[in-house]
Design a protein around this ligand. Sequence first.
Ligand code: HEC
Length: 147
Amino acid sequence: MIARVAPLLLVAATAVAVPSIALSQGATGRTVWSGVYSKAQADRGAAAYAQRCASCHGDSLAGGDQAPPLAGGTFLANWNGQDAGALFTRIKTTMPLDNPNSLGAATVASIEAMILARNGFPAGQADLPADPAAQAGIAVTDTKPAG
Ligand code: HEC
């Protein structure tokens, strides 16, 4: 009897798991693993980062006395499950801490692309859009989705 019940339980567990995976990847199913920025954009972002962010967050994004790291496990844990548009808005409206809202949207997107690159997410063909609404369908997930 037990051997017959077990497969049924497995099916039930799978049916529950699938919708939550779909949700965490956003409506379009795109994630930061999908190649959502271009290498040229990330290179532009690195130049802007060096001028506007590195003094606090460090050249290697490791963080500083007060500023948290922008690459690695702690950073990814903070953003896991959110969408890329939320990260864009966070940077645009609160950073640089000493002069928030001073960066244009294209510069914010390029710095965001550079942060994605330094966190190990792959480059693609097109630029990350300089618009949080257009980024809303891109999920930040710290582990690569299967498939
Ligand atoms: C004057 C120092 C300073 C500068 C310059 C600065 N930051 Fe920050 N940043 C901080 C501090 C301090 C925090 C944490 C406190 C807070 O969120 O206000 C932070 C938090 C952040 C966070 C949230 C991190 C997380 O894990 O959620 C991001 C993202 C970020 N900064 C990006 C940037 C970017 C991109 C730039 C350059 C455009 C920048 N910062 C420039 C000091 C700075």
